[in-house]
Design a binder for this molecule. Structure first.
Ligand code: SF4
Length: 233
């Protein structure tokens, strides 16, 4: 079972990849200020219990965390302690989060949470070069990077041997910046050569392939990427 677990809501734009952040777009449409970070009603979701006292979410559940925030925001420093205690308590479940703030991961002792995967996301070469020196030396059980929204051609060569997996995606929304399939091919090739799992999980709204720009509807962005994966093997 896979469950979205947004323990807090709100964020601050950090870098180029945040320009068209869907959390800001969605909040704006309902007049909400995304820069105000608040705990959500789902804060204690992993440890919720049923009437009979058993956990609501069974053993083996994968909690996908912080899709409307960043787990390592400063505002959440105190709240994070409680969430980490839930992660420890639910050692029978897995937790997965993605951050643009790897410089703050050191605030927790990652060795204490083998069931927590912390991925680092990087949208261009500048952010990759800036974030990897924080991310790669950490004693994480698994090191996974997400190039999304990928905004330019990137080179993973200096880091690839220290990674366990790479995934990549484009940008969604009306103002999405295009993803060039040549950039995807290059990263897929670097991963293949290094023997590292690679996943192209979504095309984004604007994909350039063989010099031609394609507008991909939202409902096809994942399936088109899945088809493209066959060309990347
Ligand atoms: S870090 Fe993530 S959630 Fe926060 S503004 Fe950037 S894209 Fe949005």
């Amino acid at each position: 079972m896979e469950v979205i677990y947004n323990c807090w809501h709100g964020c601050h734009k950090k870098s180029e990849g945040c320009l068209n952040c869907y959390v800001f777009r969605r909040d704006e449409s309902i007049g909400k200020d995304t820069n105000i970070v608040t705990k959500t009603a789902s804060f204690a979701l992993p440890v919720r219990r049923k009437r009979d006292g058993s956990y609501k979410y069974p053993s083996g559940t994968l909690f996908m965390m912080c899709f409307s925030s960043d787990f390592f925001l400063e505002e959440a420093d105190e709240w994070r302690k409680d969430v980490l205690s839930y992660i420890r308590e639910r050692s029978d479940c897995r937790f997965y989060c993605i951050t643009k703030r790897p410089e703050r991961i050191k605030l927790i002792d990652v060795r204490e949470y083998p069931n927590l995967t912390i991925c680092c996301t990087c949208e261009n070469q500048k952010r990759l070069n800036e974030r990897m020196p924080y991310y790669l030396p950490l004693e994480l059980y698994r090191k996974e990077i997400i190039l999304e929204p990928m905004l330019e051609e990137m080179d993973l060569a200096p880091y690839i041997n220290d990674l366990d997996a790479v995934s990549l995606g484009g940008e969604s929304g009306d103002n999405a910046r295009p993803l060039n399939f040549d950039w995807v091919r290059k990263i897929a090739g670097q991963c293949r050569k290094a023997g590292i799992p690679f996943h192209f999980h979504q095309t984004g709204a604007n994909l350039i392939k063989d010099g031609k720009l394609y507008r991909i509807p939202r409902n096809l962005q994942h399936s088109q990427a899945a088809k493209a994966m066959k060309l990347l093997r």
